[in-house]
Design a protein around this ligand. Structure first.
Ligand SMILES: Cc1cc2nc3c(=O)[nH]c(=O)nc-3n(C[C@H](O)[C@H](O)[C@H](O)COP(=O)(O)O)c2cc1C
Length: 352
């Protein structure tokens, strides 16, 4: 494995779990699965810190996206997804996982405190979700036209039932096309906004970039080698109509759309959404399906209530996903654990 391989983190091997190590060493290894979670524009806006025998998950506000995500809503959802992956890994390796959400009211940047907790025998579904962590991708291709199996729909609803969020699984053509029109409208608004385009462009670079973050031109339908040009094109031209037409068709032809909604719209709800997202994506992946995001009508605030009505959810829509079958794609880069882990546990100093 090359030292600067931006995809090296995806090669994490469960055989390397330090079974005989300290709790801190175990948790540190398991962060390697948390960082494989998705994040808006692949910003990876998370930090980790050893504290009190466990790990704090901290939001990294230096990686915020002020144009598309002015309230840091998607940033916190992304951290919630990392927390969900972390929890899945902890349970797979035989611990229940103790998670305190927003443990310190005076410190809103610390989103969760995580420790291993008591011993736990992983269930079959927990094992399958764990095995899906390394296979999950955001796949922006068109999906095969086929019905959503009832078992997958049931597994998705059952999977998120404990997270305190609402999930709508949408397969009816009329509902899909009403939602697709809102996605197209969202594209027109966003790609007509120079600030949105400049921000998106600044996160588009080669898959092999040393920063190991962001998205490549390939994610926008061009060869990776054109990533730099892709950024320029995105920044320079209002591509709204083209994006709108392609996303509208893609949304209508996906086997199912998923909408996650919450009763309130506060950091606690965003973390719950991220936990649910992790479970949904791993369930989809374990079934051999894949997913992508159509969050435009959530990001454009004026369209959010219309999306809620079209999807027949109460409260605040937080995520709009499409799921289906597509060809396998390569992973997106990830920053290594030692770049996102702030502290090591204190080693007692012995004097003689
Ligand atoms: C909260 C959140 C919002 C996202 N929004 C979008 C989006 O609107 N459009 C999109 O194409 N991808 C979106 N993504 C997907 C990310 O771009 C993707 O996770 C990232 O590029 C890393 O790629 P990977 O998921 O294949 O590992 C979102 C991801 C998260 C967690």
């Amino acid at each position: 494995m090359a030292m600067n391989d931006p995809f090296a983190e995806w090669n994490i091997n469960e055989q390397d779990f330090p079974r005989l190590g300290t709790n801190e060493e175990k948790l540190e290894f398991l962060i390697g699965y948390a960082i494989l979670a998705p994040s808006g524009h692949n910003t990876q806006p998370w930090l980790f810190r050893h504290r009190a025998g466990g790990i704090d998950l901290i939001s990294d506000r230096t990686r915020r996206l002020p144009a598309v995500d002015p309230d840091d809503r998607a940033l916190i959802i992304s951290c919630g997804a990392a927390l969900g992956h972390f929890r899945t890994a902890i349970r797979y390796f035989g611990y229940a996982g103790d998670i305190a959400i927003l443990p310190d009211a005076a410190d809103p940047g610390t989103l969760a405190h995580v420790s291993l907790g008591s011993r736990h025998e992983p269930t079959d579904i927990e094992r399958m979700r764990f095995q899906a962590i390394k296979k999950r991708r955001t796949t922006r291709l068109s999906y095969r036209d086929e019905p959503l199996p009832q078992t997958l729909s049931d597994d998705l609803l059952e999977g998120v039932s404990a997270e305190g969020v609402e999930l709508a699984v949408i397969v009816q053509d009329k509902m899909k096309s009403a939602i697709a029109s809102l996605v197209a409208e969202g594209d027109r608004v966003q790609f007509g906004d120079p600030a949105f385009r400049a921000e998106l462009a600044s996160w588009v670079h080669s898959r092999r970039a040393a920063s190991r973050d962001g998205m490549s031109g390939a994610n926008f339908g061009m060869p990776d080698i054109l990533s730099a040009v892709g950024g320029l094109v995105i920044r320079t031209f209002d591509m709204g109509d083209g994006q709108a037409a392609s996303h509208e068709t893609i949304a209508t032809h996906s086997p199912a759309l998923l909408v996650v909604a919450t009763r309130a719209d506060l950091p606690h709800d965003w973390i719950a959404t991220g936990l649910a997202l992790s479970t949904l994506l791993l369930t989809v992946t374990a079934a051999g399906w894949t997913s992508a995001y159509l969050n435009q009508p959530i990001e454009v605030a004026a369209l959010r209530p219309s999306l809620g009505q079209a999807a027949k959810v109460g409260g605040y829509p937080q995520l709009l996903l499409r799921i289906g079958h597509a060809a396998d794609i390569k992973p997106a880069g990830r920053r290594p654990v030692d770049k996102v882990l702030l502290t090591r546990p204190q080693v007692p100093v012995t004097t003689c």
